[in-house]
Ligand binder design. Structure first.
Ligand SMILES: [Zn+2]
Length: 273
């Protein structure tokens, strides 16, 4: 209700109204835990008095203050309604202008795994739409989203089928981490070639020699480091090895390799730690 209606039509402002308390239905007793005790006119001294009417069982007020309250409520309701309508209008205008762009971004996002960097970028960008409308800079937001989608399209266009079968692989190590399974912890790596990536275990000879090299260096101490800290030294390095690669069912540019042998790794990159 956003229109003011006189709650006591025909009555004078100075008139006093007495109404039965709605909280306790006039008993002065409220059926809930309370530390207040009152003397009530209905049941005498009680320990759970109604807070709403302070145990009197009724509310007494001036017609003029009831009218002021009704006016305030009407004004608040109108303001609320105006805010809702303004928000709806903003949303419709936004939808008309950017609907297609947002739909495309959502469709791309749907097809991405959580670990994909574009997943994070698109989620952040789309989340910004629902933020504070005063802070929201639509032009900057649009520019950013278009840039993300262009970069995504470029990456997709650059994808090539991952190698498959038993063969020599040459690529760059993009990530390395320990993965736990029922058989213990295994150091895995993501190797990127031109337009493809393969995932599998770091060849044992490389893991051993690189671990040794890392902790032989000054300042590096396995006792101070968490597990896997040394693997940062592998990132960005070229690796060559022979393995059996099986392409992913969902993404032909991605493959899983097993039985890596004859591995060679390039010299350590400087600022890798
Ligand atoms: Zn009451």
């Amino acid at each position: 209700m956003s229109e003011y209606v006189d709650p006591y039509p025909g009555r004078k402002g100075k008139e006093r109204i007495s109404e039965t308390c709605g909280k306790c239905h006039g008993t002065g007793v409220y059926d809930a835990s309370s530390n207040a005790s009152f003397h009530t006119k209905t049941v005498g001294f009680v320990t759970t008095g109604c807070f709403d009417c302070m145990g009197t069982g009724e509310h007494s007020f001036l017609v003029s203050s009831a009218r002021a309250k009704a006016r305030r409520h009407a004004r608040e309701a109108l303001e609320r309604q105006t805010r809702i309508e303004a928000a709806r209008e903003r949303e419709e205008q936004f939808r008309a202008k950017y609907g297609e762009l947002v739909d495309r971004a959502k469709a791309v996002l749907d097809g991405l795994s959580d670990g994909d960097p574009f997943h994070r970028k698109l989620s952040w960008n789309l989340d910004a739409i629902g933020g504070d409308p005063v802070e929201f800079d639509a032009a900057a937001w649009e520019t950013e989203l278009r840039e993300i989608l262009v970069a995504f399209d470029e990456r997709e266009a650059a994808k090539r089928p991952a190698p498959s079968g038993r063969l020599e692989i040459v690529g760059t190590i993009r990530s390395a981490k320990y993965v736990d399974s029922d058989f213990g912890s295994t150091l895995k790596m993501l190797v990127e070639g031109e337009g493809w990536k393969v995932w599998g275990s770091v060849p044992k000879s490389i893991a051993d020699s690189e671990y040794y090299a890392f902790y032989s260096a000054d300042g590096n101490d396995p006792a101070d480091d968490g597990i896997g800290v040394w693997t940062g030294a592998l990132i960005g390095r070229e690796i060559k090895f022979t393995a059996t690669v099986k392409p992913s069912d969902t993404d032909t540019s991605f493959g899983f390799f097993t039985r890596p042998t004859k591995a060679e790794i390039s010299e350590k990159v400087e600022e890798s730690r």
